[in-house]
Write a protein that binds this ligand. Sequence first.
Ligand SMILES: C[S@@+](CC[C@H](N)C(=O)[O-])C[C@H]1O[C@@H](n2cnc3c(N)ncnc32)[C@H](O)[C@@H]1O
Length: 227
Amino acid sequence: MGTVDNSSLVGGAIERRLEHSKVPPVDHAFVLAPFRRPGDDAELASLIEGRPLHVEIGFGRPHHLCDLAASHPEATVLGFEIKRRWCRDAARRSVSEGLTNLRVIEGDARAYIERFFEADSVDAYHVLFPDPWWKRRHHKRRVFRADFLEVMHRTLAPGGYLIARTDVPAYADFIDELLLAHPGFELELTPPFDDPIFEALPRSHREKKCLGLGIPVTRFRFNKLTA
Ligand SMILES: C[S@@+](CC[C@H](N)C(=O)[O-])C[C@H]1O[C@@H](n2cnc3c(N)ncnc32)[C@H](O)[C@@H]1O
């Protein structure tokens, strides 16, 4: 099992990042913050038992997260985001759109998933346009790292899958190499822009922007292989 190094968390220790946020804490029934409100960990644990379970990491502006919850009313959808303003926006939209199957978790997804998620508990991970963290000393903050990939693999249920999209060619190559080197994943499809399967998928804010500007996007779906 991989171990996510605490020193790699975005902003250092998660509690410190939250203390320094310029946006006040979001106290909303749809936003869980287990490191800030210890009582929230029991609710998070009970949500992780809900199936099917979809998890989005770094949802940013919550276009894709809310569309995912709306198009999968049978599923529990958990969105992780380190920026409070996007947590607040997602919570507001989930209420106004009646998305009772959606919850937002404020903080570095890697810390929570490693600490709280059971093996075989997640049906799908969605990582859309992850920050490439260009500087070498910041590479440890990437969502795509061998240690966290191991955590995602362990927590994916049999038949589960990982969706990744990016408009950064070098990061697409990096994801491709990292995943192909892992014996527990197989690449299923990399559809072109006009592929009907892709057309049916929700799009993130960044993705809509890329499509509007004609910026090419690389899309991956990696399936968990079971022995
Ligand atoms: C480039 S933005 C993309 C946002 C959105 N997925 C989209 O496609 O429009 C990356 C987002 O991931 C968030 N993020 C980065 N690392 C994260 C982590 N470890 N856990 C949770 N959120 C993270 C950032 O705050 C940012 O909002």
